[in-house]
Design a protein around this ligand. Structure first.
Ligand code: PPS
Length: 292
């Protein structure tokens, strides 16, 4: 039941990727120097991180929007907690953009003092679980659990990289007042991408022309992101188990869990998550036809 130490280590109550972070580096982030203009995307894995990274990159980088610059979004929006990417962030021009899967309590102290901005994206946990299961098969830095039933139990027990989905989401929501934060959901982005792009622009204080907004929305659709090598992760071949195992941008839908979970598995997820989920100020969307 415990995740393999080959893939994760536990630090301060949270599972980190063994080959991509170290406890010392995580601890050093407490005093990471924050600029008021910094923008962080915070998520539990598989909730729409790269999608939101792509949107922010398109909003801020004209060269991405008009196709004149060929810079990977991981370069533009690095992962805060991964040493492998550690760069001299003090030399980055403002506004600096970061992504993170950190739980709220391990983020830089000044972020928890309402400095900078955070966009926190949630996705319904059944789709997260299914997406995570498939992702574990294609990424070499994650432990592959081929038995889906076992993966369901691992996920529900928080025995995966980034630990418990519920703790992550409840943690960020119940400490919202410590942060300057915008909450978004994967499902609302899916239902109204333009609306989500405008919400983000408004939150980060960026005014785009009508044409620029259209361009961001067009390039942030699943179909177009899948074709964009700057955004589809497929140039990260070194992290993949095998090119034919699947795509990072896999399905990009709401409700795909229904194609994977049995009724019993779905009920098991409900049973474990339901009570505490009721404490969240979120209406979860389980199917694309559900009303927001
Ligand atoms: S990660 O590894 O934690 O950074 O993964 P993350 O980016 O959070 O989530 C990956 C899922 O997001 C889907 N995705 C999209 N859906 C809709 N539209 C767009 N543009 C888009 N971009 C990424 C991606 O396909 C993964 O979901 P699944 O369900 O596996 O397809």
């Amino acid at each position: 039941m415990e995740p393999s130490k080959e893939y994760v280590f536990s630090h301060k109550g949270f599972y980190f990727g063994a080959n991509i972070a170290t406890p010392e580096y995580i601890d050093s982030l407490e005093t990471f120097e924050i600029r008021d203009s910094d923008i962080f995307i915070a998520t539990y894995p598989k909730s729409g991180t790269v999608w939101t990274q792509n949107i922010l990159s398109l909003i801020f980088h004209e060269g991405h929007r008009n196709g004149t610059e060929n810079i990977d979004i991981m370069e533009r929006i690095p992962w805060l907690e991964y040493n492998v990417q550690k760069k001299d962030y003090s030399a980055f021009p403002s506004p600096r953009l970061f992504a993170t899967h950190l739980p709220y309590y391990l983020t830089p102290r000044d972020l928890r003092n309402k400095r900078a901005r955070v966009i926190y994206v949630t996705r319904n946990p059944k789709d997260v679980l299914v997406s995570y299961f498939h992702f574990s098969k294609i990424v070499a830095t994650l432990e592959e659990v081929s038995d889906f039933n076992l993966f369901v139990e691992r996920f529900l027990a928080g025995k995966v990289l980034a630990s418990s989905w519920l703790d992550h989401v409840i943690g960020w929501h119940s400490h919202a007042e410590d942060f300057n934060i915008l909450f978004l959901s994967y499902e609302e982005m899916k239902k109204d991408l333009r609306g989500a792009v405008l919400k983000i622009c408004n939150f980060v204080g960026k005014t785009l022309s009508e044409n620029e907004v259209e361009s961001v929305v067009r390039q942030a659709t699943f179909e177009n992101m899948r074709k964009d090598p700057r955004a589809n992760y497929e140039n990260l071949a070194e992290y993949l188990r095998g090119q034919n195992k699947g795509h990072f941008l896999r399905k990009g839908t709401v409700g795909d869990w229904k194609n994977m979970m049995t009724v019993a598995q779905s009920e098991r997820v409900d049973e474990v998550l339901k009570e505490r989920m009721k404490t969240l100020p979120i209406k979860f969307i389980w199917d694309i036809n559900d009303e927001m």
